[in-house]
Design a protein around this ligand. Structure first.
Ligand code: OSB
Ligand code: MG
Length: 368
């Protein structure tokens, strides 16, 4: 089957609340949506690149550039049979978030063509996945405690708290005083160094955390290995793992004990499956991270999280945790702390076309 047409759109989508991580904050997401059309089928994906190069070097603008200049012109008109063999512009280095958008739309296309769910095509078996929530850095401990209480009451099974120097150990102790039992983890987004902060990081061992995510540099597996030797809290890697090769290296070095897999960060679903398989064989649990996606990206994440190695709750929160109104129907809503997996063909949720068109601020069409 031929890829007849590709449409790339950008639409701003306002978060219900400002989301701050150690490298900066986000209020309005710049959502990039990709549609591939083939034989009357429309397949969808979302590019997860952010506004600023603070989490990754990629941004919404670099992804737009790479997609419109190279990936999409090369893609349209090509024959497509298997999402696992979708390798456009093989010489193009890096830019996994841009590349993942193409690859993930390919999976949705193949699933829809076979009339199966994306979950089934990926090999997942369960029909709901455990859900966590990620809370941005708050201005006060009071604000944080209120958020934890509300999310705990909603049924989230893991509460992730963003930390940075100055908003960490003392704050986590306050959290534990109020919520001794709630499953809590911390995410530092590379805000610390081994040289300056070992004592501070080791002090978090008293906070009963499920794990600490990406405490050190985004490109240093050796230092994470040295840290893991000194602390009992499991280290979870996010930014440092960009491929199955990185995962193998992390396992070999013992740079942590858990991996957060985000398909957008690692170039797509095939790469995510490979990381999952490597971790499962080694006995490392994985969970599916998030990048403040709309319902389109979320649908891909939920399908991925049905694989058996995803034993920890993912950052796959409800639509209403992010948006006043999502751009898909039905919206994502959890039941008893579990996210039901959409059952229809492909991603299983329908893009709300009139809402998407009216929000779109730029659009580029590629035709075979
Ligand atoms: O480090 O996991 C992260 C959002 C933007 C950039 C980086 C991260 C995050 C999150 C949000 O934690 C998770 C979500 O989508 O709910
Ligand atoms: Mg993270």
């Amino acid at each position: 089957m031929r890829i007849d047409r590709a449409v790339l759109r950008e639409l701003p989508l306002e978060l219900r609340e400002f989301f701050e991580i150690s490298s900066g904050g986000t209020q309005a997401r710049r959502i990039l949506l990709l549609t591939l059309e083939s034989g009357g089928i429309s397949a969808w994906s979302e590019c997860v690149a952010g506004e600023t190069p603070g989490y990754s070097y990629e941004t919404a603008d670099t992804a737009w550039h790479v997609l419109t200049r190279w990936l999409l012109p090369a893609l349209v008109g090509t024959e497509f049979d298997d999402a696992r063999h979708l390798e456009v512009v093989p010489w193009l280095r890096g830019h996994p978030m841009a590349r993942a958008a193409v690859e993930m739309a390919g999976w949705d296309l193949e699933a829809k063509r076979r009339n199966v769910s994306l979950r089934a095509l990926l090999g997942g078996s369960v029909d709901a996945v455990p859900v966590g929530v990620s809370i941005g850095i708050q201005q006060s401990d009071r604000a944080l405690l209120d958020k934890i209480e509300a999310h705990d009451r909603e049924g989230y099974r893991k509460i992730k708290i963003k930390i940075k120097p100055g908003r960490d150990v003392e704050m986590l102790h306050v959290v534990r005083e109020h919520f001794p039992e709630v499953p809590v983890m911390a995410d530092a987004n590379s805000a610390y160094t081994l040289e300056a902060d070992l004592e501070r990081l080791a002090a978090m061992d008293d906070c009963d955390l499920m794990m600490i995510e990406q405490p050190l540099s985004h490109e240093d597996l050796l230092e994470h290995a040295a840290l893991q030797k000194c602390i009992s809290t499991p280290v979870c890697l996010d930014e440092s793992i960009r491929s199955a090769g990185d995962a193998r290296l992390a396992l070999h070095l013992e740079s942590g004990r858990i991996i957060n897999i985000k398909p957008g960060r690692v170039g797509g679903l095939k790469s995510s499956l490979a990381i999952h398989d490597v971790c499962r064989a080694a006995g490392w649990p994985v969970w599916c991270g998030g990048m403040l996606e709309s319902g389109i990206g979320r649908a891909h994440n939920v399908a991925l999280a049905t694989l058996p190695g995803f034993t920890l709750p993912g950052d796959i929160s409800e639509s209403k945790r992010y948006w006043a109104e999502d751009i898909v129907t039905p919206e994502f809503k959890m039941v008893d702390g579990m996210m039901p997996v959409p059952e229809g063909p492909g991603i299983g949720v329908r893009p709300r076309m009139s809402r998407i068109e009216s929000l779109t601020t730029r659009k580029q069409v590629f035709e075979a």
